[in-house]
Design a protein around this ligand. Structure first.
Ligand code: HEC
Length: 135
C-alpha cells in the first residue's frame, strides 16, 4: 500500500516536471518579447493575426499564416507553394510543437517575412505564441 502510494507520487512529480520542461521554451520566449518592449500579450490578438490576410509581401497578394497552416492550427497544413504537408501546429495535437526555441525563432522569422513582408514585432510574436500555445 505504502509502496504504491510513493510510486504514485513519483509518477505525479515526473509528470509535473515533464509539463514544466515542455512549457519552458515558449514561455521563456514570451518573456523575452516582453523584455524587448512587447506586451501585454493576448491569444485573441494572436488569433486575429493568424487569420489576417496581408498584402505587403513580394507578390502583393493576400497571404496569411492560415495559407499554409490552415485556419485551424489543429489541422495538418500544406505549403501553398511546394504542396508539402505540414504537421499540425497546435501543441495539444502535435506535442513536438513549440518545444524548440531555435526552430520557433527560425520559422517565425521566415514565415513573418513571407506572410507580412517583414519580420514580426515582439508584440506580434508574443500574441501569436500566446494563441498557439493555448491550442
Ligand atoms: C508558405 C507557407 C507558410 C506560411 C504562410 C506560414 N508558415 Fe509557419 N511553417 C511553415 C513550414 C514549412 C514550417 C516548418 C515545417 C514544420 O515545422 O512542420 C513552419 C513552421 C512554423 C513554426 C515552427 C513551430 C515549431 O514548434 O517548430 C511556427 C511557430 C510557425 N510556422 C508559425 C507561423 C506563423 C505565425 C505564420 C504567419 C505569420 C506562419 N507560420 C505562416 C510554412 C508556413
Amino acid at each position: 500500500m505504502r509502496k504504491h502510494f510513493i510510486g504514485c507520487i513519483a509518477v505525479s512529480l515526473m509528470w509535473v516536471a515533464h509539463s514544466a520542461a515542455m512549457a519552458a521554451p515558449v514561455d521563456a520566449m514570451i518573456n523575452g518579447y516582453r523584455a524587448s518592449g512587447g506586451g501585454p500579450f493576448s491569444a485573441r490578438a494572436g488569433n486575429d493575426l493568424w487569420h489576417k490576410p496581408f498584402t505587403g509581401n513580394s507578390e502583393s497578394r493576400p497571404r496569411s499564416c492560415a495559407s499554409c497552416h490552415t485556419a485551424d492550427p489543429k489541422n495538418a497544413g500544406r505549403h501553398v507553394r511546394t504542396q508539402k504537408p505540414i504537421a499540425p501546429m497546435a501543441p495539444s495535437v502535435n506535442h513536438e510543437r513549440l518545444s524548440d526555441t531555435r526552430s520557433i525563432e527560425k520559422w517565425l522569422r521566415r514565415n513573418c517575412k513571407w506572410t507580412l513582408g517583414r519580420e514580426c514585432t515582439p508584440q506580434e510574436k508574443g500574441d501569436l505564441l500566446m494563441y498557439l500555445k493555448g491550442l
